[in-house]
Write a protein that binds this ligand. Structure first.
Ligand code: FES
Length: 896
């Protein structure tokens, strides 16, 4: 076959394989900017131009490109005159229109092909591109040509809108994610997954699979270590039950891995999977958490169906309810939702020349993953190296070991490089979700609005395994309740095993679920007392200097390091007084708000160990373990270090997330990137600065107190000792910083919506969205605003459309973006983000965390606005249009 295609100006004549899509054809030619987000034409991460026309290359047969000129993001700049970037790439840099950046090449390519008319209708123009991180507003700003990034003065990095150092690589496709590297002779691993919710594996016959040309091995429970562990990653692994085996002879959910087929090609591995014959003894299953709590329920695990439980009370809730002038009680349900990071789970592993196991993975926890691999395979720590490239989104979903273990098994068995990359479908059936909760709230208050009782009963569905079950349950019942002063509080909670896809860590770690119930209940309580719901909250919230009291006991290391909650409430009060865009005629309108508080780090311990090193050219190298997945920690770490060293961030390089090259870090989760790893970085930089001054003073025969550190020298009394000369004299000078993650502070968030609802269709439109946040001293307002905007839109997805549907047999039926609806550009309102001015006494340079917390108040604020507009309390998420219409049309008897 004669085949000829021009890729970024370079001719290619190798014909594609039968059925090969253009995406894989291009990636095999090194165009790694062409990303895989779905393989079904839904996400647009693979967008390229074919003869100038944007196409989803995952759906475009490579054979159809015969004779065409194909441009990928790597070749875009060459299509315009000059040596610089394409104007669209420059705009994405100027506005920082990205976070993890996995979607960015797709957006850049789509934008570059838009004509003037299409640019005026971005919701329509971007209907084929999804972003999970940004909330789309930074992307819109980029397209509109707004500039947000700044260049700061030396030593003045903190507080400036410094750009992400990876920006130029992200917008040109040069950033290297997990699979954007060539690994020679790599084998492909695919998984045989269980069709049953609960079954014993009686027999696995791999004979036919092994006959498939190119198949090297079929691995089963007979090949897997007996050792049990948890896929959850925490600094203290005993926080999670050891209930998972790498490949088990009992399957507990549809989609659980049963066997691994390793082959020369993905196609051969998939064919091998189809030919593996598994004989199951099907067991009784339970998919509903309430049903699983019944004494006669099928047992998901031998030790029972309760993975963890919480019980606590302060005061006397029954007495508090009796003393109340109004009591409100109701039961709320939150849905199972998925992280939907654009980069799916995946890892590639190999043995190096010394026989060490190397795993390159899309993980938020490389150090804890190395520890787990060592435990599972009984290897010494120095025999394993885990590293990440740039990570394409996480949101807590990659605080798990879901792929690295089976890749390691295959590498160790076959002594060959092996890769496993989840499909988007596997991401829904074989990765984790948010815990669905059922929450009953009882709240009582006196006529003047003073709370007298607050009781919460929560049941979370942890699915087939207990990863994060206890942590999420405990956390869900902590700050959601301790936010309010009340003499009588009670919490009871159960995390329950069922035969469904496991739940895990997800932004907010349970607070979003229980806050939905508590904040909705307080809204109703205020209405019963004829009080303004915001005023009732304001009257009862915790105040500066007070102890937080939660039914599970007071966390001794948790303090209010700065208090901006009242200021956040005042922002919303001011917003309410302002005019709002009008609703369409005949639509119902209403407003609602909700509050949330979150600890700036996990209670179980979080460790970061950083170094700052003066290198030969006089610049500084930071080494810090935490991974970068768009949360902006790399930028913030450079800012903190630049401040301490009196230099500019450009003179600081960051080395990160590689267990061979940097010190231990618990991981990029629990909002710890700025306040834990950042604190360690700051201490390392301060130590280096002090040491440089001391050593320079000795060389200059000067008093250290008289010396000043400038970006490239130490100066005293008109004498200059350039840093490269100091390095020549002293060698690498290293500052060390450590942070244990304690004590912890709290951050506050308040969300307010004004909405309109069409009573004839159930359509809900957000007329105004205001979010006030107390993030302490804001280290990088542009990035922090992006975290809020992205968090609000991700939460709106969970509040209005997203639901991982599990049928009665336990099978996930929403396995693609077109059935699981994450917000598109058209769905995302522009949220007005306000940071209130506080300076935390605990966080580095006054900062607090702001990555998870924007999520938590969004759903209840929307539900409260819907109640205000319609008079109906919707207790269950998501607040889908059909659900709203049915309830408004058919009344409370409607089962929906
Ligand atoms: Fe868009 Fe992460 S920046 S998916």
């Amino acid at each position: 076959m004669n085949y000829h295609v021009t890729v970024n100006g370079v001719e290619a004549t190798q014909p594609p394989r039968p059925g090969q899509c253009l995406r894989t054809y291009l990636r095999e030619r090194g165009c790694f900017g062409v990303k895989k987000g779905c393989d079904t034409g839904d996400c647009g991460a693979c967008t390229v131009h074919v003869d100038g026309v944007p196409v989803h290359s995952c759906l475009y047969p490579a054979v159809r490109a015969d004779g065409a000129a194909v441009t990928t993001v790597e070749g875009l700049a060459a299509t315009v005159p000059g040596d610089g970037l394409h104007p669209v790439q420059q705009r994405f840099l100027d506005a920082q229109g990205f976070q993890c950046g996995f979607c960015t090449a797709g957006f850049v390519m789509t934008t570059a092909a838009l004509d003037e008319e299409q640019l005026t209708d971005l919701p329509r123009s971007f209907k084929g591109n999804l972003c999970r991180c940004t909330g789309y507003r930074a992307i819109e700003d980029a397209v509109r040509g707004e500039r947000h990034v700044e260049r700061p003065a030396a030593g003045r990095g903190v507080g400036a809108n410094l750009p992400a150092p990876a920006g130029p690589d992200v917008v040109t496709g040069a950033a290297r994610y997990t699979f954007d590297v060539d690994v020679p002779d790599v084998l492909h691993l695919k998984l045989v997954r269980s069709p049953h919710a609960h079954a014993r594996v009686v027999d696995i016959d791999a004979t036919e699979a092994l006959r498939v040309p190119g198949v090297h091995a079929v691995l089963t429970h007979a090949d897997a270590p007996e050792r049990l562990y948890s896929t959850a990653r925490h600094e203290h692994s005993e926080e999670d039950p050891f209930d998972t085996r790498l490949l088990d002879d009992v399957v507990r959910h549809v989609g659980q891995r049963v066997a691994a087929v390793v082959a020369d090609t993905e196609a051969a591995a998939e064919e091998g999977c189809r030919r593996v014959r598994v004989c199951y003894d099907v067991l009784p299953a339970v998919t509903d958490a309430a049903a699983a709590l019944r004494p006669d329920a099928p047992r998901v695990h031998e030790h029972g169906n309760v993975a963890d439980e919480v019980h606590g009370e302060v005061g006397d809730v029954e007495r508090g309810l009796a003393e109340a002038d109004a009591v409100y009680e109701n039961t709320f349900h939150t849905a199972r939702v998925q992280h939907a990071a654009l980069e799916t789970h995946g890892a590639v592993g190999w043995l190096d020349h010394e026989g060490r196991l190397i795993v390159r993975t899309s993980s938020q926890t490389p150090f804890l993953t190395r520890r787990a691999l060592c435990e599972v395979f009984d290897l010494p720590q120095d025999a394993v190296r885990v590293l990440t490239g740039r990570v394409g989104g996480g949101f807590g979903g990659k605080q798990e070991m879901l792929v690295e273990d089976v890749v390691a098994l295959a590498v160790l068995r076959l002594r060959r490089p092996v890769r496993l990359e989840f499909t988007r479908s596997e991401q829904f059936t074989g990765a984790t979700t948010r815990h669905p909760f059922t929450i009953t709230v009882r709240a009582g208050a006196r006529r003047d609005g003073t709370l007298t009782a607050l009781a919460v009963e929560a049941v979370s569905n942890t699915g087939a395994y207990g990863n994060h079950a206890g942590g999420v349950l405990h956390h869900s019942l902590s700050e959601s309740i301790s936010l309010y002063r009340c003499p009588n509080k009670k919490a009871d909670g159960y995390a329950v095993y069922t035969n469904t896809v496991p739940a895990g860590a997800f932004r907010g770690y349970g607070l979003g679920q229980v806050s939905h119930a508590v904040e909705s209940a307080l809204d109703e309580l205020a209405r019963r007392l004829d009080l303004d719901p915001l005023a009732l909250r304001e009257q009862n919230v915790i105040r500066a200097g007070e102890e937080m009291v939660e039914p599970g006991g007071h966390a001794a290391d948790l303090h209010i390091g700065s208090y901006g909650l009242q200021a956040c409430i005042d922002v919303v009060k001011a917003a309410r007084a302002q005019p709002t865009p009008p609703a369409p005629p005949g639509w119902l309108t209403g407003e609602g708000c909700a509050l949330s508080m979150i600890a700036t780090g996990p209670p179980g311990g979080h460790i970061a160990d950083a170094t700052a090193t003066l290198v030969a050219d006089g610049t500084v190298e930071l080494a810090v373990g935490t991974a970068e997945f768009g949360n902006g920690t790399t930028t913030v770490h450079r800012q903190l270090a630049a401040d301490a060293l009196g230099t500019t961030p450009e003179r600081i390089t960051v080395r990160q997330s590689d267990t061979d090259l940097v010190g231990h870090d618990t991981g990029a989760f629990a909002s710890a990137g700025s306040v834990v790893a950042g604190a360690a970085v700051l201490r390392a930089a301060q130590a280096l600065a002090g040491d440089l001054v001391k050593r320079a003073a000795a060389h200059l025969d000067a008093d250290p107190a008289a010396c000043t550190l400038t970006p490239d020298a130490v100066v005293v009394n008109g004498h200059r000792l350039p840093l490269p000369e100091l390095h020549t004299a002293e060698g690498d000078v290293v500052g060390h910083g450590f942070h244990s993650g304690t004590p912890r502070s709290v951050a506050f968030n308040v969300q307010w919506f004004r909405i309109a609802v069409d009573p004839d269709t159930g359509e809900l439109v957000i007329l105004r969205s205001v979010h006030a946040a107390d993030a302490g001293r804001v280290l990088n307002p542009m990035q922090c605003r992006g975290q809020v905007e992205g968090g609000v839109v991700q939460a709106l997805g969970a509040a209005t459309s997203e639901e991982v549907v599990v049928d009665a047999a336990g099978e996930v039926t929403t396995t693609a973006f077109r059935t699981y609806h994450i917000p598109t550009f058209a769905d995302a309102p522009r949220t007005e983000v306000h940071f209130v001015d506080t300076h935390d006494t605990i966080g580095p340079l006054g900062a607090k965390s702001m990555s998870e917390s924007p999520f938590n108040p969004v759903a209840p604020a929307l539900a409260n606005a819907l109640r205000d507009a319609t008079g109906v309390r919707f207790t269950d998420l998501p607040l889908r249009r059909d659900r709203i219409w049915r309830r408004l049309t058919l009344g409370p008897s409607d089962p929906a």
